[in-house]
Design a protein around this ligand. Structure first.
Ligand SMILES: C[S@@+](CC[C@H](N)C(=O)[O-])C[C@H]1O[C@@H](n2cnc3c(N)ncnc32)[C@H](O)[C@@H]1O
Length: 208
């Protein structure tokens, strides 16, 4: 009987987000698809995708992060052009409309600098998706902690570990879904972390 050693999992999957892993298991990301990791950082979610023949692109504000992700890509997917990874603010992506089958945006949206910036980023993620394409986003929200967070101003909150984050609520998410044309592929799922913050997973399909 053939066994895949458990010790090989980190090399295959890196430190992949468990909810993104769930999308892989559901078959929603396939070989040959064009995928943008928006706010990719050093590429912790890209180890498997790069090795699986997904056409990976990445964008991040940090030049250092883009250097790291280019190095990772040159190791795991040497045929992928380094120019697929760009330094950019997600509210002004240097990509044509309707390019991507999948857009990931993991642990980025709560760093939005204003409500306009948050909405502008989500609009850009929608713009670059093909009709029918999937947006997978994970971000901190107020969902489940309404009234229990330290509000600074508007949708900005002081987090227990120090920083001030932009926290969307369910109303804002629903408004954006309606305005842009997104249909849910999953119910909105929110994890409560130590009664201090939440991480919401938003998985939707672009409908036009
Ligand atoms: C916590 S890291 C998450 C990295 C990766 N997505 C992950 O899940 O591990 C947040 C990343 O978002 C990037 N970022 C934050 N705001 C951004 C913006 N407006 N445009 C582009 N990148 C942004 C940061 O530079 C950082 O690399």
């Amino acid at each position: 009987m053939f066994h895949i050693p458990l010790s090989s999992l980190p090399a295959q999957f890196g430190d992949i987000d468990i909810y993104l892993f769930d999308q892989l298991l559901k078959g929603r990301i396939q070989r040959g698809m064009k995928l943008l990791d928006a706010g990719c950082g050093a590429g912790r979610n890209l180890h498997y995708l790069l090795q699986a023949g997904v056409k990976v692109y990445g964008a991040d504000l940090s030049a250092e992060a883009i250097d790291k992700v280019r190095n990772l890509a040159s190791e795991l997917a040497p045929n992928l052009p380094a120019r697929n990874f760009v330094v950019a603010d997600l509210d002004a992506l240097p990509f044509e409309d309707a390019q991507f089958d999948v857009v990931l945006c993991s642990a980025v949206l709560h760093f939005a600098r204003s409500e306009e910036h948050f909405n502008g980023i989500v609009r850009e993620l929608w713009r670059v998706l093909k009709p029918g394409g999937m947006l997978f986003a994970r971000f901190s929200t107020t969902i489940g902690l309404e009234g229990k967070l330290q509000q600074v101003e508007g949708r900005f909150y002081r987090m227990s570990h120090g920083p001030v984050w932009f926290l969307a609520d369910e109303k804002l998410v629903v408004e954006l879904e309606k305005e842009l044309g997104f249909a849910r592929l999953e119910p909105l799922k929110t994890v409560l972390v130590e009664q201090e913050r939440t991480m919401t997973t938003w998985v939707v399909r672009k409908v036009v």
